[in-house]
Design a protein around this ligand. Sequence first.
Ligand SMILES: [Zn+2]
Length: 269
Amino acid sequence: MIIKTTAIALRLHPYSRTSRVVTWLTPDYGRIVTVIKGACRAKSAFLGQYDLAMRCELLFYRREHGGVHIARECSPLAYRPHLRTDWRGAVAAGYLCELVNRVSVPMLAAPEAFALLDQTLDALDSGAAPIPVILRFEFALLESLGLAPDFAPCADCTITSGNRPCRFLLPAGRLRCFHSRGHQPDGSSVAIDETGLAALRAWQQPETEELEHHPPTSATAETTTMVRRFLGMFLQCHLDMPMTARQAAFAWLEAQPETKHECDETQAG
Ligand SMILES: [Zn+2]
C-alpha cells in the first residue's frame, strides 16, 4: 500500500554505502521509519529533498512487518533555511527532533505533537531565541502527552498562609507537604519557593499567543535557569530517557559565542 503524508525528518542514519534510514514524525501515522534507497547516489531523485527538521511531502510503501517502510518520493514543503546556517537554531532543532523521536510512537496518530513541532521549528527558523523556544516546547509537549506538571498549591497543606513546607514531588507531578502520604525523602522531590513557582507557572502558560515561543514578560536570567533545571529533572522522571541530548544542547547554547570574538580580535590585531 502506498501512503502519502506530510512528515518532519527527525533523524537521519546511513544504512548502506548508498542508502539512508530516515525517521519521520507524521500527523496520521506518528513516528515512521523509512529506507531511502540510493539516497547518496549522485543522481538520486532524493538529493536535497529532505534534511533534519524539514517538513516534506512523503510517499512511502507501507510494510506491515518489520516496521521499516520504503520511501518512494519526497519533496520539501518547508526548507527552513535559517536552520542550515545558524548553529544555535540548528542545535535547538536537533534536540527537539530527538526529544520527539523518543516520545512518539510508531503508527499512532500524533496530530498535536506534529503541529507543535512544526510551529516550533518555524519559530526557530524565523530567528526566535533557542533557549526560550526549547523551554516553551517542553512544557507544551508534556501537556500534549498528558504529563503536564501541576503547580497548583499543595492540597494537603494545613498551613494556609506564609511559608508552606511543601516540596514538588517529581513522580506525583505536584506540590506536596513533607507530612503527606506517599512523600519520599529521597531525591524525587524539589524545594521551590514562591518566586520559582510563579516563574514555572508563567513559562507553562504563555500569557498571549505571541509569547508562545518567547520568554514570559516576567522572566529573569535566574528564574530561567531554575525553570531549565526543573524541567530537566521532570523530563528525566516522566519520560524515562537519558538527558544527554538535552544537556549537550544547553551546554552549546549557553557557551559564549567565542568564534566571533576570536575573529574580531584577530582583525583588531
Ligand atoms: Zn503542603
